[in-house]
Design a binder for this molecule. Structure first.
Ligand SMILES: O=P(O)(O)OC[C@H]1O[C@H](O)[C@H](O)[C@@H](O)[C@@H]1O
Length: 470
């Protein structure tokens, strides 16, 4: 069965991520495009470095070819934002990326992009699921790959340059060039190495890259830039005194950073600093958008500048939609994804990293200094994140208790309000909060809490953990 989650369809390779399902999904896209009479706009597909990604792209393209829909295949593994950029720049109606993003190596998946290169919204993915249900896998027709290429139904393309040039044109490369910065890169065996290195070398940075070889097992780690996975980068930055360490997730749309003192910067802090930079140093005006499980320091920073901060459910599609509606300056998530007004609608780790480097060059301040500066305005807060596994029965039980019966444990802090927009979020009167929600990308219950101190945040999580018997 094909079921979309927070960021596309993801499934275990050999279980649901199999050729027949991939081709059913491709056929569903053909049916949808034909019904919308947009088949002439064609399809563009990219792929990451996961096991079967390239093959999956070709299997899907063979279906589009059999249906007479022209497909452009990005014939080299690229970051997901490249596909989003391509859909936007070439005014396509749809695009696809074969990736399971930050999930464990066991997974692969497909992200769908709609007009202007946005993550497909829930309404669209529900429709695709419906189309899939009506398709018999045995009846999906495919065209021979080489014949499709000969007939022009498949065109192999390499659009990395136009994507990179777009970033190079918008970033203050001259300023970076004048600072001769030293940067360590860790693409976590994913797809961003070539892109980041090209941009940084163009700006004459000194660049050292680790974990760049193609390893579909991601070195045995999760291809998500977090405090644990960035330990090697942290050690490298500290030992060799780099100005910063930059990492991205498996498909290059999330960013992770180690600062000049060797500290891991939480994505909340990166988001905060970039918003601050755009408002204070670049003189931009406008609100910020964050998901429900992202720091409220952003709200306080927005407030300081007389701006708003909007809250949306987890999923970048919600961030993009709200950014567009409010003409926001920045939108981001505590999971490490962000974008900025004027750039693509989706999250982009390559662009975000370039902007961060620009920020250090333009302000002439180290990351650690800038973080101190911004926290004087936003106030400090500590966020903790936990993930719990559960059985099917347990899931129903948690849903019933938290979301249906709306029961809560007693917390030690006065509650201001409770929201059920995405999972269950409790807002405390002291500005802190705790949220429990089911991940839409992995079989996990995520509990996050942000409070004035780490101890208080951990205490909130423990309360929920005991209450739900996790
Ligand atoms: O917490 P989850 O539902 O697993 O989602 C975590 C993240 O997954 C994907 O990367 C989505 O694109 C993000 O928008 C989301 O924040």
């Amino acid at each position: 069965m094909i079921k979309f989650g927070t960021g596309g369809w993801r499934a275990i390779i050999g279980d649901d991520f199999i050729r027949s399902n991939i081709q059913v999904l491709a056929k569903a896209m053909c049916d949808k495009m034909r019904n919308e009479n947009v088949q002439e706009t064609g399809m563009v597909i990219g792929y990451d470095r996961r096991f079967l990604s390239k093959e999956a792209m070709q299997w899907a393209a063979q279906v589009f070819a059999a249906e007479g829909i022209k497909t452009r295949l990005i014939n080299y593994s690229v970051p997901t934002p490249v596909v989003m950029f391509y859909v936007m720049r070439h005014r396509m109606k749809y695009g696809m990326m074969i990736t399971a993003s930050h999930n464990p190596a066991l997974y692969n998946g497909i992200k769908i992009f709609t007009e202007a290169g946005r993550d497909a919204e829930e309404e669209q993915t529900c429709q695709i699921e419906e189309y899939c249900k009506d398709i018999d896998p045995c009846e999906v027709e495919v065209m021979d790959y080489d014949r499709a290429v000969e007939e022009g139904l498949i065109e192999e393309i390499y659009p990395l340059n136009e994507y990179l040039d777009n970033i190079i044109d918008t970033i203050n490369m001259e300023m970076i060039r004048s600072k001769r910065m030293r940067i360590a890169l860790d693409p976590l065996y994913g797809v961003s190495g070539a892109s980041l290195r090209t941009i940084l070398l163009t700006a004459r940075c000194e660049v050292d890259t680790m974990h760049e070889n193609h390893d579909t097992l991601f070195g045995g780690h999760l291809p998500a830039p977090n405090e644990e996975t960035l330990r090697p980068l942290q050690n490298y930055v500290t030992a060799k005194h780099f100005d910063m360490g930059v990492a991205t997730d498996g498909d290059g749309d999330r960013l992770g950073v180690i600062d000049d003192t060797g500290q891991f910067l939480h994505p909340n802090e990166i988001l905060l600093m970039l918003y601050y930079y755009l408002l204070k140093y670049k003189g931009w005006h406008g609100p910020a958008v964050r998901n429900i499980a992202t720091t409220h320091m952003l709200d306080r920073l927005a407030d300081f500048f007389g701006e708003e901060c909007y809250e949306v459910p987890v999923g970048f599609k919600y961030i993009s939609a709200m950014m567009q509606e409010k003409d926001a300056v920045i939108g981001g998530e505590s999971s490490g994804g962000l974008t900025v007004r004027g750039h693509i609608h989706g999250k982009d780790g390559v662009y975000a990293a370039s902007l961060l480097v620009e920020m250090v060059a333009v302000t002439g301040k180290k990351l650690s200094e800038l973080l101190r500066e911004v926290k004087e305005l936003s106030g400090a807060a500590e966020m903790v994140e936990y993930a719990f596994r559960f059985s099917t029965e347990k899931k129903a039980d948690i849903e019933e208790t938290l979301m249906k019966d709306k029961l809560l444990p007693g917390f030690d802090f006065p509650v201001e309000k409770v929201s059920y927009m995405d999972g269950c979020k409790v807002y405390f009167q002291n500005g802190g909060w705790v949220i429990a929600r089911f991940s839409g990308t992995e079989p996990l219950l995520r509990i996050f809490s942000e409070m004035p101190s780490r101890e208080m945040a951990v205490q909130n999580v423990r309360r929920l953990e005991e209450f739900l018997k996790l």
